[in-house]
Design a protein around this ligand. Structure first.
Ligand SMILES: NC(=O)C1=CN([C@@H]2O[C@H](COP(=O)(O)OP(=O)(O)OC[C@H]3O[C@@H](n4cnc5c(N)ncnc54)[C@H](OP(=O)(O)O)[C@@H]3O)[C@@H](O)[C@H]2O)C=CC1
Ligand SMILES: Nc1nc(=O)c2c([nH]1)NC[C@@H]1CN(c3ccc(C(=O)N[C@@H](CCC(=O)O)C(=O)O)cc3)C=[N+]21
Length: 292
C-alpha cells in the first residue's frame, strides 16, 4: 500500500505558490488577496476558514475574514457579496458553506462574481469546467486530480466509481475523471443513495472516490485487490476521551481497506489539506487573470 499523502503534497504546492508570490513582490506587483465570509459559529466551518487564513499568511497572500453573526439576513449577506465583487483589492473570495437555514444558498452563490469565484461554485464556472473551458475548478475535485496526477497514478481506461453526487464534490470529480484532461479518460460510474448493488459496482472499480460523509462506510469486502481509494469524507465523531471532544473519521474503513489498496488517502491528512492548497492556487490564478 502507498499512502497518498495530502499533507506533504499540499505543502509542496504551497511552497510553489509562495515562490510565485515572492517573485510578484520582487517586481513590486500586488500580491493575491483572498477573502472568506463566514456566517454563524459552526465549529467545523470556523476550523476550515481558520486554516485558510493561516495558509494565506504562510505563503504571503493578503487575506480578509468577514465573520457575520448567525442572525445575518439574506439581504445583508447579499450586500457583503456585492461589496466584495466591487472591491478591486479582492482577487477572489469564498462564502463558507453551509449557510444558516434562513439564507438561500443558491441565491448567494449566484451573486458571486464568476471572476472572483475561487470556490468554482458559480454555474458559469461549473459549466465552463464541464465544457473543458478555462474556469475555476472547485478546490476539492481539483485537489483530487492533482493528487492523482502528481503521483503518476494511471486513470486512462480505468473504471472509477464515485460515491456521492453533490455539486461541490461528487458531480464535478465524476466529470473531471471522465474528461480528456490530466488524471482523466476514466470510465466513470456515479453512485448515490438510490444506487442499487453499490458493492457490486465498487468491487469492479479500479478507482473509488468516496464522498458521502458516512464514517467507515467503505469496507474491505467492497473493493478489489489493488484499488486506488480517495476518501473525501470527513465526519467529526464525538469522543469525550479526546482533547478536542471528537475525532475525524473518513468514509473508508482505512485499517482494512488499506490492506487491499495500491494507493489510499488518509483522513485527516489526505484530501482536506489538498482542498486548501488548491483554493490558494485558484486565488493566484485569479490575480494573474485580473492582471491580464
Ligand atoms: N476534504 C474536503 O476538502 C471536503 C470534504 N467534504 C466531506 O465530504 C463528505 C461529502 O460532502 P458533500 O458532497 O458536501 O455531501 P452531501 O451530503 O452534499 O452529499 C452526499 C452524497 O452522498 C450520497 N449518499 C449518502 N448516503 C449514501 C449511501 N448510503 N449510499 C450511497 N450514496 C449515499 C448522497 O446521495 P443523494 O444525492 O441521493 O442524497 C449525496 O449525493 C462529507 O463528509 C464532507 O464533510 C466535503 C467537502 C470538502
Ligand atoms: N465555500 C466553501 N468552500 C469549501 O471548500 C468548503 C466549504 N465551503 N464548506 C466545508 C467544506 C469542507 N472543506 C474542508 C477544507 C479543509 C479541510 C481540512 O483541511 N481537513 C484537515 C483536518 C482539519 C481539522 O482538523 O478539522 C484534514 O483532512 O487533514 C477539510 C474540509 C472545505 N469546504
Amino acid at each position: 500500500m502507498n499512502l497518498l499523502d495530502g499533507k506533504k503534497l499540499s505543502n509542496e504546492i504551497k511552497d510553489e505558490i509562495a515562490g510565485e508570490v515572492a517573485r510578484m513582490k520582487e517586481k513590486g506587483e500586488k500580491v493575491p488577496h483572498l477573502a472568506a465570509v463566514i456566517v454563524g459559529e459552526d465549529g467545523a466551518s470556523l476550523t476550515y476558514v481558520g486554516s485558510k487564513v493561516r495558509a494565506c499568511e504562510r505563503i504571503g497572500f493578503e487575506s480578509t475574514l468577514k465573520k457575520l453573526p448567525e442572525s445575518t439576513t439574506e439581504q445583508e449577506l447579499l450586500a457583503v457579496v456585492r461589496e466584495l465583487n466591487a472591491d478591486p483589492a479582492i482577487d477572489g473570495y469564498i462564502v463558507q458553506l453551509p449557510l444558516p437555514d434562513h439564507i438561500d444558498e443558491q441565491k448567494i452563490l449566484m451573486a458571486v462574481d464568476p471572476d472572483k469565484d475561487v470556490d468554482g461554485f458559480h454555474p458559469a464556472n461549473f459549466g465552463k469546467m464541464a465544457m473543458e473551458l478555462e474556469s475555476f475548478i472547485s478546490a476539492t475535485p481539483y485537489g483530487i486530480i492533482e493528487m492523482l496526477r502528481r503521483n503518476g497514478i494511471e486513470t486512462s481506461g480505468k473504471h472509477a466509481v464515485v460515491i456521492g453526487r453533490s455539486h461541490i464534490v461528487g458531480r464535478p470529480i465524476s466529470i473531471l475523471l471522465s474528461q480528456k484532461g490530466p488524471a482523466g479518460n476514466a470510465t466513470v460510474t456515479l453512485a448515490h443513495s438510490r444506487t442499487k448493488n453499490l458493492a457490486h459496482l465498487t468491487r469492479q472499480a479500479d478507482i473509488v472516490v468516496s464522498a458521502l460523509g458516512v464514517p467507515n462506510f467503505l469496507k474491505a469486502d467492497m473493493v478489489k485487490e489493488g484499488v486506488v481509494v480517495i476518501d473525501v469524507g470527513i465526519t467529526r465523531v464525538p469522543d469525550a476521551s479526546r482533547e478536542r471532544g471528537y475525532y475525524l473519521c473518513g468514509d473508508v474503513d482505512f485499517k482494512a481497506v488499506s490492506k487491499k489498496a495500491s494507493w489510499i488517502t488518509p483522513v485527516p491528512g489526505g484530501v482536506g489539506p489538498m482542498t486548501i492548497a488548491m483554493l490558494l492556487k485558484n486565488t493566484l490564478l485569479a490575480r494573474q487573470r485580473h492582471r491580464g
